[in-house]
Design a protein around this ligand. Structure first.
Ligand SMILES: C[S@@+](CC[C@H](N)C(=O)[O-])C[C@H]1O[C@@H](n2cnc3c(N)ncnc32)[C@H](O)[C@@H]1O
Length: 269
């Protein structure tokens, strides 16, 4: 039976996808898209996520502009690793000048199936057009990114990473809406720990975390109050990443979220 998710639930993360996951046995690189076993409910969920959050006009006052600005400011070219990519990697390309390759990681195969369809289609949803226009670009910019070398990896970034993701390699690592899920600070620490070892000298990590309202925490759990600017800056600096930016952006008009913390860290050359 296909589970019906409520609107509030389609935040882009299915806790079951990581609860039982082991990188030792579950890691895979998707190359054969024809013969994938996909869970229909999870596929429907991620289609809904893309549809709900990344198809209409760009919603202002939700932190998206600040994430795009951080990519524009700190995101150089080169090898790009997008963690917890979900269905959105192509959208974030709107603010990047160019990259050499794109490696996307998610614990959910189905999220990557939806992403791959978006990448291979020629459709340009309205919010993509809006974001491109903010940077004086048009869909030819996206076409270049669609043609970049894409790798699709399935693993849990909060566990020890597979050897398929080499150390000191990535000029840009992004993690939007995914560190700190589940086990709070420990999850964040484990995730940034592994991430930092994969950043190339001079490379950058850019992330964003949504902060839940007190009502959402009381009602649904997942306490984000640990995500202060000091916590994030300290987590970066402890792993040898200079905290270039840690900004809390208040969000308007969202029932479950009250702010997003946007951060960037750079590894010394
Ligand atoms: C809130 S969505 C964000 C998606 C995307 N980054 C965006 O900007 O829209 C979180 C994504 O991270 C993935 N995810 C959550 N925890 C993960 C983990 N420990 N390892 C790998 N992927 C994870 C989920 O499957 C989901 O696709």
């Amino acid at each position: 039976m296909v589970r019906q998710y409520t609107r509030e639930e389609v935040t882009g993360w299915i806790p079951e996808s990581t609860r039982e996951f082991s990188n030792e046995t579950g890691f895979r690189e998707i190359t054969d898209w024809e013969h994938l076993n996909v869970d229909r409910a999870s596929l429907a969920y991620f289609n809904t996520y893309a549809q709900k959050n990344f198809s209409g006009p760009l919603a202002h006052g939700m932190g998206t502009e600040q994430i795009l600005a951080a990519l524009d400011r700190w995101g150089g070219g080169g090898e790009w690793l997008d963690l917890g990519a979900g269905t959105s990697t192509l959208f974030w390309c709107c603010a990047l000048e160019e990259v050499a390759s794109i490696t996307v990681v998610d614990a959910s195969v189905e999220a990557l199936v939806v992403l791959d369809r978006i990448v291979r289609s020629s459709r340009v949803p309205r919010c993509y057009r809006d974001a491109l226009a903010m940077y004086g670009r048009d869909e030819r910019h996206l076409a270049r990114f669609r043609d970049a070398g894409w790798r699709y990896l399935v693993f849990d970034f909060s566990q020890t990473w597979p050897d398929a993701v080499p150390r000191s390699t990535y000029d840009l690592v992004t993690a939007f809406g995914c560190f700190g899920l589940a086990d709070g600070p420990d999850h964040f620490h484990r995730s940034i720990n592994e991430t930092a070892t994969r950043v190339a000298p001079g490379g950058t990590v850019i992330g964003a975390n949504w902060l839940r309202t007190p009502d959402a925490i009381a009602e649904k759990g997942y306490d984000t109050t640990f995500l202060s600017t000091d916590f994030v800056a300290d987590a970066l600096e402890t792993r040898g990443l200079e905290a270039c930016e840690v900004t809390v952006v208040p969000i308007q008009g969202e029932e479950w979220y009250e702010a997003v913390v946007v951060w960037a860290g750079r590894r010394a050359v």
